[in-house]
Design a protein. Structure first.
Length: 265
């Protein structure tokens, strides 16, 4: 099962007739910040905005029991613990001060989310509430996945913020770094880039050096354009008689099980 609402997940977890599983994946839920809109053209302002997001509160209300709060710029299980750290503390006072100094006409933010994801809709709503409390005026907009991918070619009409899930094509860190942080990357929806990242990517691919990939993650986080909010698990619910669910799960293939490894018992 996937794309279940938070309330449905809670109901399954509380059911005595269903067995639930929360299994590791390479999936993460990200917040993207548009560096071409209003006060967000400033890198320090983008960082202030990310530091104003109360991620633990979002985790508790949306993902508790089927995810973990992310500490790295890459999705889970791609980099060793302690590498590519985001270092984004919760510190909303800086954004409150910044917003107070803005003209009223520049305090509006459009927050987008993938229309196919109930989780992302809920996350976007919670972010909206948090930012409104700091003086911004936010509006929510759902976008179909096809339109979101279209921004890679033409970002016209993209929102100020985007909540979107994602996972790499493989477990090697280059498969995420290239598609997310390269100016021409297939998941660089809002066209954020940094010359240091662009110059390091070929070296990372050539050498495979994890220290270089760690540096790339830290540089990406420092732009204020991306934050890995949570590392998502595969949440699955099954009849108790279905055996082998954990063994049939593959980390790199979300929302799927190998039928050959399932049995009745």
């Amino acid at each position: 099962m996937h794309d279940l609402s938070a309330s449905a997940v809670r109901a399954y977890r509380q059911s005595r007739s269903i067995k639930t599983y929360s299994l590791p994946t390479l999936n993460s839920d990200f917040l993207y910040v548009n560096p071409h809109r209003g006060f967000l053209t400033s890198q320090p302002a983008r960082v202030d905005l990310l530091e104003a997001i109360n991620v633990p509160a979002i985790f508790d209300q949306v993902f508790k029991g089927r995810a973990s709060i992310a500490t790295q710029a890459y999705p889970a299980h791609m980099m060793p613990v302690g590498m590519a750290e985001q270092r984004i503390p919760y510190r909303p006072t800086a954004l409150r001060s910044l917003v107070a100094a803005l003209p009223v006409s520049e305090r509006a933010l459009l927050i987008g989310y993938d229309s196919s994801s109930p989780d992302n809709q809920l996350v976007a709503n919670l972010i909206s509430v948090q930012l409104d409390q700091l003086g911004l005026t936010t509006k929510l907009q759902a976008y179909p996945t096809s339109e979101i991918y279209g921004w890679v070619s033409d970002p016209t009409g993209a929102p100020d913020l985007l909540v979107e899930g994602g996972w790499p094509d493989a477990a090697h860190p280059y498969t995420w770094a290239h598609i997310s942080w390269d100016p021409n990357g297939g998941l660089n929806y809002l066209h954020c880039s940094d010359p240091s990242i662009t110059s390091l990517l070929p070296e990372a691919l050539r050498t495979g050096d994890l220290q270089v990939f760690s540096q790339l993650g830290e540089l990406a986080a420092a732009t204020g354009c991306w934050e890995n909010l949570v590392n998502q698990d595969d949440f699955m619910a099954a009849q108790p008689w279905l055996k082998g669910v954990e063994q049939a799960h593959v980390v790199t293939a979300p929302n799927t099980l190998s039928l050959a490894k399932l049995s009745v018992g």
